[in-house]
Design a protein around this ligand. Structure first.
Ligand SMILES: [Zn+2]
Ligand SMILES: [Zn+2]
Length: 486
């Protein structure tokens, strides 16, 4: 028990003023280790031992058992218990909360050590009225230190960011440090805030708690010292152990501060990390696959749209979907050759044929059989080769039963929804059979035989209005003779 002003020891005094500096004091302003201090009767010096909370007397006022004088803890003479050193009378303290006295570094290491050795006792030492933000910042700083040592080797390449090309070394270093710093503070801060808030929400939902949310943040925050393994550079495989250890420690602390049943502590503390991990994994997965899934979804939508019309061939729908999925925006974006669609997801050689077709000839050189066993890169090579064989002024070319008529068309240009990009036109089809065409909206539709000639004429009128040469009847476009501009 030292004077709070001048550190002078205040043992064995009947006065309530510091002999050194004159500051008044009360024993009840101090905390002592249990039984470490004897409080002596002013009259007869009968000792009483501090067995209550904070090492105080219970009760605080009573009649002396020996002399009968009325004793009051704050007026008694204090001495260390026999055999107890002065330094041992101090109450157990939460190291981080007394950092002003011990120094931050020492307090930080001590808090970390105690979180690992005895988390329950450590959190008991945090008074209920301490702020949540203090615990949050402890966790942020602690994780920041560990993350920094763990990731420092990865920050160096940041200095060579392309955007910094030409900048001076000083600017590069400043940029790297600022960027890394922001990340290293923000990441732990977001994690701790989310975790604490969600844990408290879980407690609320599973039966509530009388303790304020600050208590939950104490548990989450002061358990962060167990992340010390994270501080080992590059040892990322330890990350799962670190996370599990932190969760367990936080659970023990939560259990202690809220006096919960075990299953509630476990649920409250484990659900948020599971959610966070699932959410971030999901986010990464979505980011990676979004463009692909969006394309697939569009392709499927086109097929589904076509399927509502029973007269529409699903093969044509699949090709239309693959074309739409390649997202052409300029005339140059169309596949150089229809065969290149084979390199797309979901497109099979059989899709280039009308339903029920006995044809298996894809191009003049290729049949379904010759390409059946090719992998994607071989199929792409075959497609490129076929594209190279097309005449320079090609306006329509055939693959299997399909004739591609998109050459030169600007999909990003003026509204031309009726433009044909693809026609299902088997070479050997009967004159009176209907023809299926795909327009720019990706939806296949059917043209009946009587209106076919007129449909081709209208299509050519549209093409001329778009500055494109007219096409012959797509059924007359052969493997060997793609249609060319006149
Ligand atoms: Zn003093
Ligand atoms: Zn007495």
């Amino acid at each position: 028990m030292n004077c709070k002003t001048c550190e002078y020891p205040l043992w064995n005094l009947a006065t309530r003023q510091c002999p050194e500096c004159g500051a008044p004091f009360k024993p009840s302003d101090f905390e002592f280790a249990l039984n470490a201090v004897r409080f002596c009767c002013l009259q007869c010096r009968q000792p009483y031992y501090g067995t209550g909370g904070k090492g105080h007397l219970v009760p605080l006022a009573f009649a002396c058992v020996r002399c009968g004088a009325s004793c009051d803890m704050d007026s008694m003479i204090l001495l260390p218990t026999e055999g107890v050193k002065e330094s041992q009378t101090k109450a157990d303290e939460m190291p981080w909360l007394v950092r002003a006295k011990t120094g931050r570094l020492k307090a930080w290491f001590a808090t970390m050590g105690r979180a690992m050795a005895d988390p329950g006792r450590l959190i008991e030492l945090v008074p209920e009225n301490r702020s949540a933000s203090e615990a949050i910042w402890y966790a942020v700083i602690t994780n920041m230190v560990f993350l920094t040592t763990s990731l420092c080797v990865f920050f160096l390449p940041g200095m060579f960011l392309p955007m910094l090309r030409g900048a001076s070394t000083g600017v590069r270093i400043a940029f790297t440090v600022a960027g890394a710093g922001a990340l290293l503070i923000l990441l732990p801060l977001v994690v701790v805030l989310l975790w604490g808030a969600l844990s408290h929400l879980v407690l609320h939902v599973t039966g509530g708690t009388k303790q304020p949310i600050a208590r939950t943040f104490h548990a989450i925050g002061y358990s962060a010292g167990t992340n010390v393994l994270l501080g080992i550079p590059c040892v990322f495989f330890l990350a799962p152990i670190v996370i599990i250890w932190w969760v367990i420690t936080a659970g023990i602390m939560l259990h202690r501060v809220h006096s919960l049943r075990a299953w509630r502590s476990v649920t409250a503390v484990a659900v948020p990390p599971l959610l966070l991990i699932t959410a971030s994994a999901g986010l990464i997965f979505l980011t990676v696959s979004s463009s692909r899934s969006a394309r697939l979804a569009r392709a499927r939508a086109v097929v589904a749209g076509g399927a509502t019309n029973s007269t529409v061939s699903t093969n044509l729908g699949t090709l239309a979907g693959a074309l739409a999925a390649s997202q052409p925006r300029t005339p140059a974006d169309w596949p150089e050759h229809g065969l290149l669609l084979l390199a797309e997801q979901n497109v099979l050689p059989a899709h280039f044929f009308a339903p029920g077709s006995s044809n298996s000839q894809l191009t003049a050189e290729l049949t379904i059989e010759t390409i059946a066993l090719m992998d994607t890169s071989q199929l792409r090579a075959v497609g490129k080769h076929a594209a190279a064989l097309l005449p320079p002024r090609v306006i329509a070319h055939r693959v299997g039963d399909m004739v591609f008529t998109y050459h030169g068309f600007n999909p990003g240009g003026a509204d031309a929804a009726d433009f044909w990009v693809l026609v299902e036109a088997p070479e050997d089809a009967a004159e009176n059979s209907p023809v299926r065409v795909v327009r720019t909206d990706g939806v296949p539709y059917l043209v009946t035989a009587p209106s076919w000639t007129q449909a081709v004429e209208e299509q050519n009128a549209l093409r001329i209005s778009l500055d494109l040469p007219p096409i012959p009847d797509p059924r007359r476009v052969t493997y060997r003779e793609p249609a060319v501009a006149p």
